[in-house]
Structure formats: structure tokens, C-alpha cells
Design a binder for this molecule. Structure first.
Ligand code: F6P
Length: 472
């Protein structure tokens, strides 16, 4: 059983009809192919306005709707719960605390209460589902820190639980500002296995436990023993479905979509710099736009030749910081386009509409350069999707050194997103890479993603889980 906040398929009413889209973000990109291959149960928050219409009385339905291969069970939250648990504690407290982007976290007591309540609600939904059976539970991310403890308290002997933390774990200097730090650590230590993207995050977590709780830390085994229960702490760099993406990218339908997009956005004679992100202050979107602005100032010859094609999926808009970022990005696009545009050309195209998976692959295929300028990112799967799409072995990746992906994709052009000159130089280098050099780098990056693909990632976690024994 996989548990996450975000659901993989969202049903919405469109012109009186029910349509579905795939949920946004790294958790879905990573876990959906794994679930399609394994026919399990995925428990997540119902979030679409037509979700209730398509589920049975237990909140369940088979997905993906076009090719059902696993079951999705939706947990329903009230507006107040969603506000406190999701917008409030998860995304105004934990998210900024874990990403070093100088956004001050907000810890509100009432958000914490909802966070506790919703974690309990997920626990009830799961316990109800398993009855007296034994189960392997695989929890995703920072929305559900307390869930492992709630589950183990009620049904410890029936459950083996793994938890994967999809975002960075901060240094203790940062984590110790959290008023609920002990509860969060105790919740997570009810897991049997706790995974992070990189070793550095594991170390930070162990230091936090060391400073905050009475427990035994085994640095050799990389584990914590608390109250007689052991939790293994392991790095598992997440990935994407390399083969699935490569073969979809090679399909005729993606090629047709590519042609249609090129025509729709007049990209025929353009060298495309591509950004695909949720609109989030951790992603460095203004920084990237300003770097393109700088590049055009320094190399005016590039005018009318390059286009930054930015796909921005609206995200968490009820949070003031996200609304402000959205406004800031709109204003920047306006300002930079006004400054450099000519009669037939503008340097930035910002696309707000939802693009489906095939459309995103078509863009990856078309781009000359993919720009990932996150200020801080656990992994960043857009970088790995780009590489997986490049069956032609072409294209260059400009990648922030503050992403988990930069540890693996060392053949990208690594940049410091806080340094505008450095990003613009990175783009310039990418645009001017000799063909054989570009190809050499792409081949190496493709090998890396092919080897550490999403199935290998999931396989490592699941085979570690299978070593645990149920307690009698
Ligand atoms: O990967 C981190 C993450 O927060 C996921 O948990 C989430 O699915 C994704 O980013 C997108 O964020 P949200 O679900 O808040 O739109």
C-alpha cells in the first residue's frame, strides 16, 4: 500500500463532463509507473471537484482510468483540514523549513492541530482497509510524518512501514526552530525504514535525532533504536521511468504533438530554452528569467534567435507567498519581453495551461537546452525526464548545483542559481557546446538515468522492506 497526500489522478468537471488529469509533482512522476507495474492500493487525498462522482462508497476506483492497473483510495478532507494540514503546516511550515530558500517558516498551533488530525484520518482509512491482515505500507513525504506512529500504535504487529522523504532534510541549526520537532522525529522513528535522496540528508536526520531524543544511534548500520524499535535510515536517489519515457518520446504521436506545439507557439526558427516547473519559490524561476535577460543584454546577437519556453503549473495558490511569486513572475515576463521584444519575437513564452505527459515529452524533445535552476531541490525529476526523452542524444542540461540530481548528472552544465551571471554563462556555454561534446555528455547522463531508473529505486526500497519480519 502506498500512501501520499497528492493523488495520482484527479477528476474534474469540464463543460459538464468528467475529465481526469495526472497529478503534478515528483511523487506522482516517480510512483505511478511503479504502481502500474505492481497492482497495489494507493491512498491519497481526493482533490478534484469530480473525484467523488467517480469513486465507490469507500472512495475507491481503478486507475489509470484508460488502462486500470491499480486501485486508488481517496481520503476526503474538509476545507478547514486542507487549510491547516496542507496549505498551513505542510507547506508554510515544513516546506520552507526543509528548503534553504530564506522563506521564513510559519508554525501556527491551529495548523499543527489539523496536521495531527489529518494524519489520524489517513491512519483510520488505512487501518479500516487492512482489517486484521498484514501489510507493507509505503508512505510518501512530509505531509504524513505522524502517520507511521499512529499506525504502529494501533497495529504494530501487522505492519511493516517504509517512508520516503521527497524533499531535503535540513541541518540541525535549521530544524531546531521547529516547535514540534520532537513529535515529528518520534513519528518518523515509528517507520522500519526511512529513505532520503542523498546521504547528506540522512546525516542531517541522524544529527537531529541525536540532539533531540533519547535514543541509540548506530552510525555503522545507519540506524536509530528508540524504545526497543529500530529504524534504518538509507539514501535512495529517486528517478524516472527511463524506458517508458524514452519509448513514449520516440512515438509518432509525440512527434505530431511536437509539430503542433512548434506551430502553435511559432517556434520554427527558435532555439528553445525549456523550463518546466510548478510555480514554487524553490524552483528559481525569476532567477532563470533574469539570467536570460542578462544573456540578451550581453549577447544581443541572440535576439530573435532564442526563446525561453517556461511551463508553469499553478501550485498552492492559497498561500500568500505563492500568490506573490505568481504575480512576480507575470510582471517579470512582461518587463523582460517589453525590454527585448521585436515586431516578430519575444524572448519568454510562459504557458500556464496544464500540459499532459505527451506534450511535456514533446517539449523536452524540441528543446535545445533544459534549464533547471532550483534554489534547493531534493532531487528534481524534470532534469531526469529531459535526459530520458533525448533519444537523439542531443540537447544540453543547465542544472542547479543545489539539486539532488546534480550529484548524479555531473555531465550537465552546473550553475549556482543565486548567481545571475553564472546561470547566463551556463546557458551560453550550453548553446555553444560542440556537437560531439553535447552528444558525449547526453550519452553519459542517459546511461546514469537508465541504470538508476525508477524501478531500480523502488526495487531497492521494497527488497529492503522484505527483509523485515512481522512481529508475533
Ligand atoms: O516532491 C515534493 C512534493 O511536495 C510532493 O510531495 C508533491 O506531490 C509535489 O511536490 C507537488 O506538490 P503539491 O502536491 O503540493 O502540488
Amino acid at each position: 500500500m502506498v500512501v501520499s497526500n497528492r493523488e495520482p489522478y484527479v477528476h474534474q468537471f469540464k463543460k459538464g463532463k468528467v475529465e481526469y488529469i495526472r497529478g503534478a509533482g515528483g511523487v506522482i512522476t516517480a510512483l505511478d509507473p511503479v504502481m502500474q507495474a505492481s497492482n497495489g492500493l494507493w491512498v491519497a487525498q481526493g482533490s478534484g471537484d469530480a473525484d467523488r462522482k467517480v469513486t465507490d462508497k469507500d472512495g475507491k476506483l481503478r486507475v489509470p482510468p484508460d488502462n486500470p492497473s491499480y486501485t486508488l483510495k481517496r481520503v476526503w478532507l474538509t476545507k478547514e483540514e486542507e487549510n491547516g494540514y496542507y496549505f498551513g503546516y505542510s507547506n508554510e511550515a515544513i516546506w520552507p523549513m526543509c528548503h534553504l530558500t530564506f522563506q521564513r517558516p510559519v508554525f501556527r498551533e491551529e495548523d499543527w492541530k489539523h496536521y495531527e488530525g489529518v494524519n489520524q484520518k489517513f491512519a483510520d482509512a488505512i487501518l479500516n482497509e487492512i482489517g486484521d491482515k498484514k501489510a507493507f505500507i509505503w508512505i510518501q513525504d512530509y505531509h504524513l510524518c505522524l502517520l507511521p506512529r499512529y499506525l504502529k500504535e494501533k497495529a504494530g504487529s501487522q505492519l511493516i512501514i517504509a517512508h520516503f522523504w521527497h524533499i531535503p532534510w535540513p541541518s540541525h541549526e535549521v530544524f531546531r526552530i521547529c516547535p514540534q520537532r520532537k513529535e515529528i522525529l518520534e513519528g518518523l522513528l515509528a517507520n522500519d525504514l526511512l529513505g532520503f535522496h542523498i546521504r547528506y540528508h540522512c546525516d542531517n536526520f541522524l544529527t537531529a535525532v541525536d540532539r533531540e531524543l533519547e535514543s541509540k544511534i548506530d552510525r555503522e548500520r545507519f540506524s536509530v533504536i528508540k524504545g526497543g524499535h529500530e529504524t534504518l535510515i538509507r539514501p535512495y536517489p529517486i528517478s524516472v521511468d527511463f524506458e517508458g519515457i524514452s519509448s513514449a518520446a520516440a512515438s509518432e504521436s509525440v512527434q505530431k504533438i511536437q509539430e503542433a506545439l512548434v506551430e502553435e507557439f511559432h517556434l520554427e526558427n527558435q532555439t528553445v530554452l525549456l523550463g518546466i516547473d510548478r510555480i514554487d519559490y524553490t524552483k528559481g524561476i525569476p532567477e532563470r528569467m533574469l539570467a536570460v535577460d542578462r544573456l540578451l543584454e550581453k549577447v544581443p546577437d541572440l535576439k530573435e534567435k532564442i526563446t525561453l519556453f517556461q511551463v508553469g503549473e499553478i501550485s498552492r495558490l492559497h498561500i500568500p507567498r505563492y500568490k506573490a511569486l505568481n504575480d512576480e513572475i507575470n510582471a517579470l515576463v512582461e518587463q523582460i519581453n517589453w525590454k527585448h521584444s521585436t515586431d516578430n519575437w519575444r524572448p519568454i513564452i510562459l504557458v500556464r495551461r496544464h500540459l499532459n505527459f505527451q506534450e511535456l515529452l514533446a517539449l523536452h524533445r524540441h528543446a535545445r537546452v533544459c534549464l533547471v535552476s532550483s534554489l534547493h531541490d531534493g532531487m528534481n525529476l524534470v532534469a531526469k525526464e529531459f535526459v530520458s526523452s533525448r533519444i537523439d542524444n542531443k540537447g544540453a542540461l543547465v542544472l542547479s548545483e543545489f539539486t539532488g540530481a546534480s550529484r548524479e548528472l555531473t555531465d550537465a552544465i552546473l550553475v549556482n542559481p543565486y548567481d545571475r551571471e553564472n546561470i547566463s554563462e551556463g546557458i551560453y556555454v550550453a548553446l555553444n557546446l560542440p556537437e560531439d561534446e553535447e552528444q558525449k555528455r547526453m550519452v553519459k547522463m542517459r546511461e546514469i538515468v537508465q541504470n538508476n531508473n525508477i524501478f531500480r529505486w523502488a526495487g531497492k526500497i521494497i527488497s529492503e522492506l522484505l527483509k523485515f519480519e512481522f512481529k508475533e
